[in-house]
Design a protein around this ligand. Structure first.
Ligand code: ADP
Length: 327
């Protein structure tokens, strides 16, 4: 590896190159190259069945890729993967907590099973283990509710406990598969606030979701999958802008306005939409004043002009052909 490629990969918490996995002769993940910037909340989006979980399982070393490479926190060498994985916390499937145990006792039990190497079971070091459990509960805001039975937890608290289990050891990267799946609106808000707080402490967070609106507000970056392929990757802002901004004009004569826009090639013909005295279109120029001048010179009165940015949902539907809410 050259010094330069080493340096560039360090800007990414996760970097995959042409990651591919086939099941039954079909590429369910097809040459996917992800670049997850350090310090980002990265939304890994796509309808169900688009290959998100398989990609995550490959990143976590639970499934072997057929092709491609994975670099975790700047290290590509598969022989160092195990060591790198200890810097990463993951919630892929619910960790199976006991309903009749408290949040604290569940986490203690989980720590003893998941981290025997750290001797959390060892009575001599049991205090260290308990500190780790308390610290993880505090990080997710459950310290006050630590003695409450798991079954009495709200959905949001249950998910926060699952995240606490991933945070028992200090982590730089958190990978969450559908963390808001099945949560009520209150639970979604709780998980969102938790993740935003963890990011502000410097953690990189990778979240998969098939429901855009649940992650849209907190993601700095997004990737969109469909049928195993990566269709888009970039900042959330770039994703919203990927359809181009739509302008709208309120005019005295929408028909004439349309004719002028088309004659002077100021708007994309297929984008023009007219409703009452309002015309919306994707313009071919950023100079809106020129468009207004052309309309006024052509005898069209312009009452108002505005821009409407596309929502992430619209961009998602446009890319995948599926509603973000489709199951
Ligand atoms: P997502 O997480 O986006 O819902 P998955 O990665 O779970 O997508 O699944 C992608 C495709 O791969 C689906 O068609 C699924 O049925 C298939 N698939 C996933 N795991 C296996 C497996 N172990 N054996 C066969 N097919 C699988």
């Amino acid at each position: 590896m050259t010094a330069l490629s080493n340096l560039s990969s360090r800007a990414f918490a996760i970097e995959t190159t042409d990651l591919t996995k086939a099941f039954g002769g079909r590429n369910v993940v097809d040459s996917v190259s992800l670049r997850v910037p350090l310090g980002s909340i990265y939304g890994f989006l796509g309808p169900n069945g688009s290959g998100k979980t398989t990609t995550i399982r490959m990143i976590l070393g639970l499934v072997f890729p057929d092709q491609g490479e994975i670099s975790l926190l700047g290290v590509k060498d598969p022989r160092l993967r195990r060591q790198q994985l200890s810097r990463l916390g993951a919630v892929v499937e619910g960790p199976g907590f006991y309903p009749y145990l408290s949040g604290f006792d569940n986490l203690k039990r989980f720590a003893q099973i998941a981290y025997p190497a750290q001797k959390l079971l060892d009575p001599a070091t049991a205090r260290i283990g308990m500190n780790a459990v308390s610290a993880a509960l505090e990080k997710v805001g459950l310290l006050d509710a630590r003695n409450k039975k798991y079954r009495a937890y709200s959905l949001g608290m249950k998910q926060r406990l699952a995240i606490a289990a991933a945070l028992l050891w200090p982590r730089e990267l958190l990978v969450l598969d559908e963390p808001t799946n099945g949560l009520d609106p209150q639970g979604i808000v709780e998980v969102r606030e938790l993740l935003t707080g963890l990011r502000s402490q410097g953690m990189t967070i990778f979240i998969s979701s098939h429901i855009l609106s649940e992650v849209e507000m907190i993601c700095s970056d997004v990737a969109v999958m469909r049928d195993g392929k990566l269709l888009f990757q970039g900042t959330t802002q770039a994703f919203r802008g990927s359809l181009g901004e739509q302008f709208y004009l309120e005019t005295t004569d929408t028909g004439l306005a349309k004719t002028i826009l088309l004659r002077l090639e100021l708007a994309d013909p297929s984008s023009i939409n007219i409703e009452h005295d309002r015309l919306s279109a994707k313009l071919t120029t950023n100079e809106i004043e020129k468009v207004v001048a052309a309309l006024v010179n052509g005898g069209v009165g312009v009452r108002s002009v505005g821009k409407s940015a596309h929502s992430l949902e619209e961009a998602f539907v446009n890319l995948t052909g599926r509603s973000g809410h489709a199951r």
